[in-house]
Every structure is written in structure tokens, then in C-alpha cells.
Design a binder for this molecule. Structure first.
Ligand SMILES: [Zn+2]
Length: 345
């Protein structure tokens, strides 16, 4: 286990074709009941083995047991009706048919805790688990009950905190909240977004991370990115607030993006999970390309705080491409680690 530049992935890996239709997000399961439970566990085991074999050090479940990073969590809560659907605009970007909040939301039983225990049994490496953030959750629902985005976000923050505490007890070392909505709703982020995120992470002894990105490499996101101009400065609003927050690790998209690297100066002192692998392209990065991105980041991040990572989840990619990208990440980190070690007195 490398103590400097430990590598990790943001979250999802492609699922095996016998478990779900490949190269799509929100793909239906191909198995049912007990066979599905066993199939998900087998897929999780493979995801862990792929990461270990390719040299990844902080291990995730590859999100093999969930259909979608937000919806699967919400499906397990009461107060949300998945039959009553309304069309809403997700992250101001694309329309989707979403479930409706019809009553008080609550978590009657753990959602991912058994899966996390299973992941813990698979490896002695540090393990990381991703949950959706409160603001990203409310953005995928139609709310007929609270009729107030902030109120619903606080409710979800409480529920997320319950789940996070149990994930920690199950042996998770890093709990990550996915908040791509922070790149879109800047005023709400300032008003209550950071506060609800901190509420979700309250009292945890595990390290906490927030992942903020420009989305999966799907068409709606790629089209949106084209409208953002030559410099993506969305992080400029969130980083100063996150720098002062209780969150330990900031996960961001960097490779092939138009994020100016000097924005990292705004989170000086925090650990940085730096996206050095593009998830919107099937072209495999060379080790030297990954190394160049990491070297640029090291101008603004202390070496002992840099965690080389992917830009986002890899669920929609071909499996072989995802595996090769894991190897590229490891090889790039290896190059820079040797340079850092050689430069030390
Ligand atoms: Zn992402």
C-alpha cells in the first residue's frame, strides 16, 4: 500500500453483461430474487479483483449492487412513491421522469450496509463507499409533500447521516457524498447545500469526501459542457466554502476538462481526489498523460494530500476500456511517486 499518491476510483465500474445490459446507465437487472442477490455479490467480487489486479489502492464496490447512484438509495426510503411520476429538469440540463415525494421521508432499514460488510470481507485495503449528497437527491424528485427544496434536503441529510454511521461501523474507511448539483445550483449551495452536506457527515470518524463533477460521459452532459466556455470556473464558488467545511477530501474532475488547475489553491489543506482519467472517452490515457495531470496538480496540492482518481464513474463504458483505464491510472501515479521519492532529501 502506497502512502503517497494512493489511487482510487470515483465510484461505478461497468457491470458484467450477465447482470445488467452493458454500456447504459439505469440498465434493468437480468436476474431475479436470490439469483440477483448472488449475482450482485459476484459482480462486486469481480470489481474488487479488477481494482486490486490493476493496482488500485483504495477499493470501492464499483456500485455493482445498485442500478443508479441516486435512485437506488431513494428507492429504499419511505415517503417516496415510484409509481407517481412527474417530468422535471435534472440539474437544469435534461428532462426526466422522476418519482414523487408524497409524505415524510424516512429510512426504515439500512440501504447499503450489508453490501458494505460484504465489501469489507473482500480486501484488507482501505475501502470507500459512495452515497448521493442531499442536494443531488432532491434534484431527482418531484416534491408534493414538503414543497421546499431546503426542507427536503435537511430531511435527506439526517437520513444519510444514519446510513453513513452504519457504513462506518461496517468498516468503511472513507464515506463519499456525490454532489454534482454543486456545480449547477450555486446560490442554494451557498445558502444551505454545504450545511446539509456537513449534516450528512456529522459525527463520523471515517474520512469524508465530496465528489463534484460535470457528470457521466452521456450526451446530455457532453452537450452541456460545450456551453460552459473555454474555462470551467464552477468550482470557484464551492471550493472556498468546502475549504472551511468539515469535509476531509474533495473529489474533482480534471483530466481533459477545462477546469483551471490553479483553482486547487482554493482548497489548500484538504485532501484532493484528482480526476486524472477521462470517463467521457474510450481512448486509454497513456501513463505519461496521467503523470502530467498529476504533476500539474502538485503545484497546488501537497504530495501527501493527493489521491489520483478518475473524473467520475465508469458505469457506461465497455469493461475492457475501464480496466485499461485503471491500469493507466496506476502507471501514471507510479511515475510521479518515483519522482517525488527521488526528490526527497
Ligand atoms: Zn461524477
Amino acid at each position: 500500500m502506497n502512502t503517497i499518491l494512493p489511487t482510487t476510483i470515483v465510484g461505478s465500474l461497468p457491470k458484467p453483461s450477465w447482470l445488467a445490459e452493458p454500456e447504459t446507465i439505469f440498465s434493468p437487472w437480468k436476474l431475479q430474487s436470490d439469483a440477483l442477490v448472488e449475482g450482485k455479490q459476484d459482480a462486486l467480487r469481480i470489481a474488487v479483483q479488477d481494482q486490486l489486479q490493476r493496482g488500485i489502492e483504495i477499493i470501492s464496490d464499483g456500485e455493482q449492487t445498485r442500478q443508479h447512484f441516486v435512485t437506488t438509495f431513494i428507492e429504499h426510503l419511505s415517503g417516496v412513491d415510484f409509481e407517481q411520476r412527474e417530468t422535471v429538469r435534472i440539474r437544469n440540463r435534461y428532462d426526466a421522469s422522476v418519482p414523487t415525494v408524497v409524505g415524510a421521508v424516512s429510512r426504515e432499514k439500512p440501504v447499503f450496509v450489508d453490501d458494505a460488510k460484504f465489501l469489507r470481507q473482500q480486501t484488507d485495503h482501505p475501502i470507500k463507499w459512495a452515497l448521493p449528497g442531499p442536494m443531488t437527491m432532491i434534484d431527482t424528485l418531484y416534491d408534493r409533500h414538503y414543497k421546499n427544496r431546503e426542507k427536503l434536503a435537511w430531511e435527506f441529510a439526517t437520513i444519510l447521516n444514519q446510513e453513513a454511521r452504519e457504513l462506518e461501523a461496517a468498516g468503511i474507511d472513507i464515506i463519499q457524498f456525490d454532489e454534482p448539483a454543486f456545480n449547477v445550483f450555486h446560490d442554494e449551495m451557498k445558502d444551505w447545500g454545504i450545511a446539509t452536506l456537513e449534516r450528512a457527515a456529522e459525527g463520523l470518524h471515517a474520512e469524508t469526501a465530496v465528489h463534484i463533477c460535470y457528470g457521466y460521459g452521456i450526451k446530455a452532459n457532453n452537450d452541456w459542457k460545450k456551453t460552459l466556455g473555454s474555462e470551467w470556473r464552477q468550482y470557484e464558488d464551492s471550493f472556498p466554502l468546502l475549504q472551511r467545511s468539515t469535509i476531509d477530501i474533495i473529489s474533482l474532475e480534471c483530466h481533459h476538462s477545462h477546469v483551471p488547475m490553479d483553482l486547487l489553491e482554493l482548497i489548500r489543506g484538504k485532501k484532493v481526489m484528482l480526476g486524472a482519467i477521462d470517463v467521457a472517452s474510450d481512448t486509454i490515457e497513456t501513463p505519461e498523460e496521467v503523470a502530467a495531470t498529476l504533476r500539474n496538480a502538485l503545484e497546488f496540492v501537497d504530495a501527501d494530500k493527493l489521491i489520483p482518481s478518475t473524473n467520475c464513474g465508469m458505469a457506461p463504458m465497455p469493461r475492457s476500456v475501464a480496466r485499461e483505464k485503471l491500469s493507466a491510472l496506476t502507471a501514471g501515479a507510479d511515475i510521479v511517486r518515483v519522482e517525488i521519492t527521488a526528490a526527497r532529501p
